[in-house]
Write a protein that binds this ligand. Sequence first.
Ligand code: SF4
Length: 336
Amino acid sequence: MEARHWKPLDDKKVECGLCAHRCGITNGRTGICEVRKNKDGKLETTTYGVVSSMGPDPIEKKPLNHFMPGTRAFSFGSIGCNFRCDFCQNFSISQQYTKRGVKQVSPVEVPLLAQQYDCQSISWTYNEPTIWYEFTLEGCIQAHKARIATSYVTNGYMTEEALRELAPHLDAMNIDVKAFTDDFYKKFSKSKLQPVLDTCMLANELGIHIELVMLLIPGRNDAPDEIKKFSQWVLNDLSPDTPVHFSAFHPDYKVLDIDRTPTKLLDKAHGIAKDAGLRFVYMGNVPHRDEENTYCPDCGQLAIKRMGYYIMKMKHDDGKCTNCGASLNLVIDPFK
Ligand code: SF4
């Protein structure tokens, strides 16, 4: 099927405008993501409706702690990625480029599956959703028709034009900020930092609920000065209320020689972000810590007690603290 967001160049070459790579693709070849192909001077998507994994998850697993807390998200993933992170924590799906074992799903089935599994939202996750944009866009439109909310779990490399088109149909984004240096992005992900920051700022401006995740990899992106700069950027260019998750790395894919992130390193990052003035900071992949709970940033009252991906207790008044009335930046009903 013909792709969206591309333009023809000379000699049947095309330029894809879906992500910041803006691949120039010659006839018969694919872009970096390997799922968008130039066929006779037209760009086609080769993974429309191609689902490699799907199923219900707690929304907290995305992780989204402030978006419809305590509800379930029906999750869809396809194949491929536009990044080549050597530390990928999900490589069996995201670095898979064959269609072995996949299922074909139509957009109208998207909300039906969510309803069948008692899910209040759908989530495009497991692999990078941007690269099967056409299907995720149509799936989001169908979901909204059924009053099912929508979210993207993404590396944030989408172009401005693609995000502006998707935004009216997208309620939340969990965006990976993999590091706060361009060197890291170039060296370990074969990409650039600035487009990711631009996506975060545009999504925020367009009114999409965003939460950020930084996977802390010992020795690569954990310098206190880098965490401080990242936190100050969130504070100044996004909002002090933007939830930030520091997540623990485990050795995987091509990086087997770096140990799992020690908890003390996550503690340090958490402290730096709080000291910078961020109001909702979490730790990921280390369950049963106080830092998985949501506290009112003004009076300190416990609002949401979690155990891993599960809510043990929730106390708020339409997203506000029941003690002092401060906003907890919770999206309870995105259709309100
Ligand atoms: S979506 Fe794929 S083809 Fe398009 S610019 Fe990104 S990597 Fe290249």
